[in-house]
Write a protein that binds this ligand. Structure first.
Ligand SMILES: *Cc1c(COP(=O)(O)O)cnc(C)c1O
Length: 355
């Protein structure tokens, strides 16, 4: 049976990326050696890293003056690396979900941390809009896509202070205006590569302004100076990331990617909106193009387990919603083919017909 992978993370990667990675594990560039067993400072691997950085800059149209880093520790390590490098007197955070709250928690350990706005009271079903960013804070932190709740900020906002964004689950899903950000970070395992590497895009001139000692490994300057090679970087996920980036470029870059993502998400949201039994959880204007969250209408709630089983039997994998939302979540990242989205819709319709 064909499997349709709706997992939230780690999640679907293009088949081609998996095959090319498997090939490099067996024999890297016809060298007779595996990418797993060569030095990260070998010419071969240095070329991989250099091309990955250069494709990051090209695809995201990153202006001069920014560095691209590949680091271990996932997005979660960035939750503390950000305050280590940017927090001097106070920081401001937008609380749009569990990941945003976790990032904010780390800042609190450094001092005064302002929650500028929060949608927690509404179980994070929307992204707050009417708020004022304090101009005396060192930075303003946002989470552009809230993976668990299926909400997404669809524009690059203006901020009077350095803007820092966790883009773990929507990086490369649309073109972004990097010049509006001081720093963008994310774990690779949603839209880019297997787990094990985080990416950081940082504006160089904003670093070096805090007065504290920053541990060497947590200092962005260390990694900029050494081109992500201060210590051994996660070589295999970086290799896969390179293959994903090559494929993105070959398929028309982020403008094309965004079109496909809008098309796929509309297909699924329309099916949910036209359904007698399912209903979306996020406020319409903030709906994520990456994570589609829906539940059963109250009168059908008892059928949730039945639908999960029904869907699983038809090859739908990973659609159980996060425990804090319940219901279902279909993660339809870049690599998700429209055929799989259609298969899920067919499955929903089929289930609806028989009840
Ligand atoms: C998955 C996710 C994280 C956590 O990433 P790790 O690499 O596991 O630390 C953080 N933020 C967002 C928005 C995520 O989706």
């Amino acid at each position: 049976m064909k499997k349709h992978n709706f997992s939230a993370g780690p999640s679907i990667l293009p088949r081609e990326v998996i095959e090319k990675t498997a090939q490099a594990v067996l024999d890297f560039n016809n060298s007779g050696l595996s990418v797993l067993e060569i030095s990260h400072r070998s010419k071969g691997f240095e070329a991989v890293l250099a091309e990955a950085v250069s494709l990051f800059k090209e695809l995201l149209n990153i202006p001069e003056g920014y560095s691209v880093l590949f680091l271990g520790g996932g997005a979660s390590l960035q939750f503390c690396m950000v305050p280590f490098n940017f927090f001097e007197t106070k920081a401001a955070y937008l609380n749009t979900g569990v990941w945003a709250a976790k990032a904010m928690k780390e800042a609190k350990g450094f001092g005064e941390t302002i929650e500028v706005a929060s949608s927690k009271g509404a179980n994070y079903t929307f992204i707050p809009k009417d708020y004022v960013i304090p101009t005396d804070a060192d930075y303003f932190h946002i989470t552009t896509n809230n993976t668990i709740y299926g909400t997404e900020l669809h524009t690059d906002i203006d901020s009077p202070i350095p803007l820092i964004a966790d883009m773990s689950s929507d990086i490369f899903s649309r073109p972004i205006d990097v010049s509006k950000y001081a720093l963008i970070y994310g774990g690779a395992q949603k839209n880019l590569a297997p787990a094990g590497v985080a990416f950081v895009i940082v504006k160089d001139e904003l670093l070096g302004k805090v007065s504290r000692y920053i541990p060497t490994m947590l200092n962005y300057k260390t990694h900029i100076a050494e081109g992500s090679m201060f210590n051994t970087p996660p070589v295999l996920p970086i290799y896969s990331a390179l293959e994903t980036l090559r494929l993105l470029k070959a398929n028309g870059g982020l403008v094309e990617m965004q079109k496909k993502n809008i098309y796929k998400a509309e297909l699924l949201y329309n099916a949910i909106d036209n359904s007698r039994i399912f209903v979306g959880t996020a406020v319409k204007e903030d709906r994520s193009l990456m994570n589609v969250c829906f539940v059963m209408k109250p009168e059908y709630q008892a059928l949730e387990a039945d639908f999960l089983k029904f869907a699983q039997e038809r090859g739908m994998d990973g659609i159980k919603g996060h425990r804090s939302v319940g219901g279902f979540r279909a993660s339809i990242y870049n690599a998700m083919p429209v055929e799989s989205v259609q298969a899920l819709i067919d499955c929903m319709n089929e289930f609806e017909k028989q009840i």
